[in-house]
Design a binder for this molecule. Structure first.
Ligand SMILES: [Zn+2]
Length: 700
């Protein structure tokens, strides 16, 4: 998946005046740490990034195939050779693979559409190995035909518009363009509105020649390029919702699984032309016009289509997936773990998505391993993970998090995510916990940008074109869409996620290849190496801190913006209740965080006893956990974190304070009042944890 499609962004805040330069470190340990990071960032290299990338993107490596065993072995072999302890964890996952996928135009004049992505002679990957069939993961098997209805992006509001035009998809084939929401939402809405099947295509206005020259002349999607991808909405193996897919795990029946029950297929805009050009019927609202060179209509018909999908769902639905782990034990706090991970599976060769993230994890591992050999071992344990089957619904990371939830809830200090990290020059953070944003900004200040014009931070800042010196570049809120979901949304572990974005024109296609990467995405592989440099510096900054370097002042200030929004929304509705109590609770947390930072800085300046530091850190691990609820959101129990969740009506967008805002959205005043009271209680628990940590420091 790709977090650059995230819709919801938040403005960051400057560090408060007078804050320490390296929060969590005393003066002496800070200078040692700065030197350690300066050494570490010299180690990831463009040259070895390119070697890893070439090997890992040699062939398509979809989850559940033998090609994925090859990437598993490569990562494990490398980590072993550098001296890491390694582990492979396998899960058996309900994941039907397609046996055949076909689409026809049945009327007016019948043709079968060619679902191959054509050969590009200069890109050997496009023909050396069979392409992954054009399909959407977890779409149903079936053979359906009917009149075609164009549903724009297939969003909830698009169906409302169709309703108002008197057009229904009931008993028809819906055709939607990609964009504006996660594709699983498009499938859910099409099924809900009675469509027999759904076709999703990449419109050139959003993803093709309207945006730039197409591959291989340019980086953008060519007329026969296809975006594959999952259409399942929940995270993890759908046959084991909320618990791990271990050998003897109880499996639920297909009918009970939260997956689409209609066939869904992706096609290119070349093929979509054959279905859309002949549509008649109602005039479209102007924003529904896409980039193809004719006027769009909604239909229904006279064009008719047929979709036929066969899968191995009845013969061989369970596939083996493999997560890999490389561990470096900490010297002082081995039971506290910092994790960096990226998914290893792809829909094609996956040079950008997500060989780039895998390479970043590998190069960061090599850097720390080399330092260990040179006698510098991090204080906390660092785990370098690669996940399988992310593309099907964050499956490898979710099953792991579900299996090790108690251990992780107790001991995971942070999770850093690497997904699609080097496909252009634009640095950004698609999703970060507000408690780790200051750390990520500071680390980016210490790493040179490949452009040669400054640090990653200064180039990022310049591009953000900020209106005031006090503002910081935007970072995304962690809602979903990549492997941080299990850690953040399910367990409340602080996360950070970053990468270098670019054209994204070959997303989930057979052309996301080493050739595309070498020609357009990151020709020098310097962005790969730079991303790993940020990774290793961030890992060490967290792993070596005397006091864990979370910023709960920034956290609370970010929350205050959301609680004020809730207050305004409720005031606009003229409801009797008020959310002022919520803002007051967030204000108490901010005061406690300010007091904690002051006590921390004083204690570190006066040499902190290691036994006290250990107690403070154990206490700090509890702050964000207080803002999770074991029973989760009313709409989705798996989402336990009450700070951010993916918007269940969009999938890519993030909803802040989801327990309250979902109740507001459905207009249930009683539920809103109950959820505000619940959240106030949890913010107050987080405040008490911070106060307890402050108390420990004051005793020292
Ligand atoms: Zn990805």
């Amino acid at each position: 998946m790709n977090r650059y499609l995230a819709l919801s962004m938040a403005l960051g805040f400057s560090a408060p005046l007078g804050a320490q330069k390296t929060p969590g470190y005393g003066a002496q340990s800070a200078s040692i740490e700065r030197a350690t990071e300066a050494d570490a960032i010299t180690r990831p290299s463009a040259q070895s990034s390119s070697v890893h990338s070439k090997f890992l993107s040699l062939q398509p490596h979809m989850a559940g195939t033998s090609a994925q065993a090859r990437t598993r072995d490569y990562v494990i072999d490398k980590m072993k050779s550098w001296g890491l302890e390694t582990e492979v964890r396998g899960y058996s996952v309900w994941m039907p693979h397609p046996l055949s996928t076909r689409v026809w135009r049945m009327a007016p004049d019948p043709i079968e559409l060619n679902l191959q992505e054509g050969i590009v002679p200069e890109d050997t990957t496009s023909f050396a190995f069979p392409q992954v069939m054009a399909f959407n993961g977890y779409g149903a098997a079936g053979d359906v035909r009917g009149e075609v209805v164009y549903v724009n992006y297939g969003l909830i509001e698009d169906y409302a518009q169709l309703d108002s035009m008197g057009v229904s998809v009931k008993g028809k084939i819906a055709i939607a363009r990609y964009g504006r929401s996660y594709r699983g939402i498009k499938a859910r809405e099409a099924e809900k509105h009675g469509a027999l099947g759904l076709i999703i295509y990449s419109d050139p206005a959003d993803d093709g020649y309207v945006r730039g020259d197409v591959y291989p002349a340019g980086p953008m999607r060519p007329s026969h390029g296809i975006q594959r991808g999952s259409v399942m909405n929940p995270n993890g193996d759908p046959s084991t919702p909320g618990y791990p897919s271990t050998t003897n795990a109880k499996r639920i029946a297909l009918a009970a699984m939260d997956v689409p029950h209609i066939p869904v297929l992706p096609i290119s805009y070349g093929n979509a032309t054959e279905l859309l050009r002949g549509l008649a019927g109602k005039a479209i609202p102007q924003p529904w016009q896409g980039g193809l060179p004719f006027r769009y209509h909604v239909g229904p018909g006279p064009v008719q289509a047929r979709i036929a999908v066969t899968t191995d769902a009845t013969t061989n639905p369970y596939k083996q997936i493999w997560d890999t782990f490389g561990t470096i034990r900490g010297s002082e706090f081995p039971e506290e773990i910092v994790i960096i991970g990226g998914h290893r599976d792809a829909w094609g060769p996956g040079a950008a998505d997500n060989v780039s993230g895998t390479v970043s994890v590998l190069e960061a591992a090599r850097a720390v391993a080399e330092q260990v050999k040179a006698g510098k071992r991090p204080k906390r344990t660092i785990v370098f993970a690669t996940w399988d089957a992310e593309e099907w619904g964050l499956i490898g990371s979710t099953e792991f998090v579900e299996e090790d939830s108690l251990r992780l809830a107790r001991s995971a200090v942070a999770y850093l995510n690497q997904d699609d990290v080097a496909q252009g020059p634009n640095f950004g953070s698609g999703a970060s916990s507000p408690s780790l944003r200051a750390l990520l900004r500071d680390v980016a200040k210490g790493v040179p940008d490949p452009s040669g014009t400054g640090t990653v931070y200064s180039v990022w800042r310049k591009r953000a074109n900020l209106a005031a010196d006090t503002l910081e570049p935007e970072m995304g809120d962690p809602g979903g869409g990549s492997d941080f979901g299990g850690f953040y949304n399910h367990l409340g572990i602080p996360i950070a996620d970053w990468g270098f974005g670019g054209p994204a024109g070959v997303y989930h296609s057979a052309y996301d290849s080493y050739h595309w990467m070498s020609k357009f995405g990151d020709p020098t592989f310097e962005y790969h190496a730079t991303n790993a440099r940020i990774g290793v510096a961030a890992l060490l900054r967290i792993a070596n801190a005397e006091i864990l370097p979370y910023d709960y002042v920034e956290y609370a200030r970010t929350m205050r913006r959301f609680s004020s929004q809730v207050e305004r929304t409720i005031a606009d509705k003229h409801w009797k209740l008020s959310a002022a109590v919520l803002s007051a609770a967030v204000g108490r947390m901010e005061s406690a965080a300010v007091a904690f930072n002051a006590a921390r800085d004083r204690a570190l300046a006066a040499q902190l006893a290691p036994t006290i530091a250990k107690q403070v850190n154990t206490t700090l691990l509890g702050v964000e956990r207080q803002l999770t609820r074991p029973q989760g959101l009313v709409t989705r129990p798996w989402f336990r974190n009450l700070i951010y969740a993916s918007d269940e009506n969009n999938g890519y967008a993030t909803m802040a304070l989801p327990s309250v805002n979902e109740a507001i959205r459905v207009g249930d005043e009683t539920a809103v009042e109950r959820e505000i009271a619940d959240l106030v209680k949890r913010f107050d628990s987080a405040t008490r944890v911070l106060e307890a940590a402050t108390g420990l420091l004051q005793k020292s």
